[in-house]
Structure formats: C-alpha cells, structure tokens
Design a protein around this ligand. Structure first.
Ligand code: ADP
Ligand code: MG
Length: 325
C-alpha cells in the first residue's frame, strides 16, 4: 500500500515534472512551502482551475489524457495574460491510490509541463471524489500583460488556430466514445478536445508587438469575446466568413450555418482571441503564422453588442446564436 509521502515522491517529485522549466524554484516539493524568486523586472501572474470528475472531464478517460488536458487548460489562462509559465501546484483528491492511474496522470502532466516549461513545486493530496485543482504561476515583464479591458474601437479582432473542433467532439463523448477514433476527421476532433494547445508563445509574440488585450476561448467565441467587450465597454462587428474552420469540421459538418454556429458558441478549444490596432496586422501575420493559423475575424466598434458585417445584431442563447431579424 502506497503511503501519501511515497506517492508524492514516486509520481510528483520526479525531475521531469519538478524541474520541467527554466525557472527552478529555490525550494521545491518536500518542505512546508516552496520558495521561488521573481526575477528582477518581472511580475508574478497567478491563476487556478478546479476540475471535477464527470463534470469537467469524463472520469473514465485515460489518466494521461486527464493530466495533460487539466494542465493545458490551466496554462491557457497564463497564455491569455501573455505570461511565461513558471511554476504550478497540484491539489489532488483521489478515491484511492491506484498506481497505474497515478503513473498515467503524472505522465500526462509531465508531457504538457515540459512542452511549456512549467515546474511542479508542491501541492496537497487528499482522499475523496476525483478532483484536480491546479494553480499556475507565470511571469510577465513589468506592466506587459494582456487584459480583457484594453480593446479600443478600431482594433482588429484576431483568433489563433481553428474554432469549434473540441465542441464538435462532445456528441461523440456523450455517446460514450473514449478510444482514439480511427477515422481521420474524428481523430482531429478527439485530439483537439483532449490535447488543447495553450497559445503561450503566440501570446508572448503578440505582447512583444504591442498587443494589450486578449482572452482564451474556453466557453466559446461569443461568450469569451463578450467578456472583452463588457470589460472594455465596446462592441464588435464579426465577419462570419472569416471564422477559421478546420478541414475536419468542414467535412463532418458540411452545412455552413452549423459550422458557423459551433465556431461561435462551442467551447473547449483554448484558442486565443486578441485585439490589435490595424497597423499591426502585417506584423501579427508575419510573427504568428509560422506558429499557428491566425485569422482576423472582425473589428471593435464603439456601439455595445455584437453585429454581423451587414449590421445585424447577433445574440447568444443556450441554443446557440440567433439573429434578431
Ligand atoms: P503539509 O502537511 O505540511 O501540508 P503535505 O504532507 O501535504 O505537507 O505535503 C508534503 C510536501 O509534498 C509539500 O512540499 C507539498 O507541497 C508536497 N505535495 C503534497 N501533495 C502534492 C501533490 N499532489 N503534488 C505535488 N506536491 C505535493
Ligand atoms: Mg498539505
């Protein structure tokens, strides 16, 4: 039987996870607290996510997928601030200490941790219904962060990657499909749901170019862009024809209206939505497109609300978006 301390040492204190990034803590896992130094000229950026089994992820999913996705989602908030990932803590509530599950979970965490350079510095382990809490710490150069409050009328609205893919996987998930699908298009959706890519590097490039406003798309474009609009006290005009659809989405949902609906309202993609003055358009394309697709999908306007290019108001309801016409 694995003790709590044995479990922590075996699965979480391993070098690949506890030293996954360039910002090593002065003191990591094993003491009462971790100790880190914020480098001169930087500020600390902190965020937390809690994921409850069968609410935020299927409990029966493979532990590697659960670990990878949990950390990716949490790191996505650092990306949305333009922060460089540095450290994270893990609050883990487990029904039982199952070695296979823990090994898989730690491996999933480690894969993403190494990808983005974030080190596990501590946590807490308790018994109870499977719940994962991750707190991430990132670094930004002084005053150089992205916020939801900084969109200005005239700014272009940009998104990274493609939209709607993760949401298009949900009906299959609800049917109980867990295995990696053999069909190529379905496999794309499955990958996009379980392996979201936090746009860490892309966001830092956007900051370097002078962008100041961003959010990550966890709840759907309209919902998350809506947060930018409310907090910046502006509106938006969206060009539906420039919404980025993957090949897989186009083939699985050939009807344009359905494609647009899922791209506007589907969550779980963890792409970045950011705004920038139009004179930066060339630099943004040049700097970001080698990393991932980047699309200009509309403009910030003074009038509150969201409108199509022909001036029709768009609203989001639980069923999806609706035109008021
Ligand atoms: P305390 O009783 O002082 O809170 P714990 O026994 O909870 O200490 O934890 C001992 C050490 O192990 C601490 O450094 C803590 O941060 C770390 N730790 C506990 N659980 C985890 C976990 N799930 N992942 C990483 N580190 C953990
Ligand atoms: Mg403790």
């Amino acid at each position: 039987m694995l003790s709590e301390f044995g479990l922590i040492a075996r699965y979480f204190q391993q070098p690949g996870l506890a030293n996954a990034g360039p910002w090593s803590p002065q003191l990591g896992i094993g003491d009462d607290c971790a100790v880190m130094s914020v480098p001169e000229g930087y500020q600390l950026v902190v965020s937390m996510d809690t994921l409850v089994a069968d609410v935020h992820f299927p409990a029966v999913a493979s532990p590697e997928l659960i670990g990878y996705r949990a950390l990716a989602i949490t790191v996505s908030d650092l990306a949305a601030m333009g922060a460089e990932p540095a450290w994270f803590t893990l609050g883990l509530t487990l029904p039982e200490a199952n070695s296979d599950w823990l090994a898989g979970f730690a491996e999933g965490l480690q894969t993403l941790a190494q990808k983005v350079g974030i080190s596990l510095i501590g946590g807490d382990t308790t018994r109870g219904p499977l719940t994962i809490t991750l707190q991430v710490h990132g670094l930004v150069k002084k005053e150089k962060w992205l916020s939801r409050q900084c969109a200005k009328p005239g700014d272009d609205i940009w998104v990274t990657g493609t939209l709607g893919d993760a949401a298009a996987w949900l009906p299959y998930l609800q049917q109980g499909l867990e295995e990696k699908p053999t069909d190529e298009n379905l496999r794309t959706l499955w990958n996009r749901y379980y392996f979201p890519t936090p746009r860490v590097v892309e966001a830092q490039k956007a900051v370097a170019l002078g962008c100041r406003c961003a959010i990550d798309i966890s709840d759907g474009l309209l919902a998350d862009l809506g947060h930018i609009l409310t907090m910046s006290q502006v509106g938006a005009q969206l060009d539906f024809s420039s919404l980025p659809a993957s090949q897989a989405l186009q083939q699985l949902l050939p009807e344009l209206e359905k494609q647009q609906q899922i791209m506007l309202t589907g969550g779980d993609d963890y792409e970045l939505c950011f705004t920038a003055p139009p004179h930066l358009a060339g630099d943004i394309t040049h700097s970001l497109s080698p990393l991932c697709p980047v699309s200009r999908i509309g403009q910030i306007i003074e009038t509150p609300g969201v409108f199509t290019t022909s001036g029709q108001p768009v609203s989001i309801s639980q069923q999806g978006y609706q035109h008021f016409n």
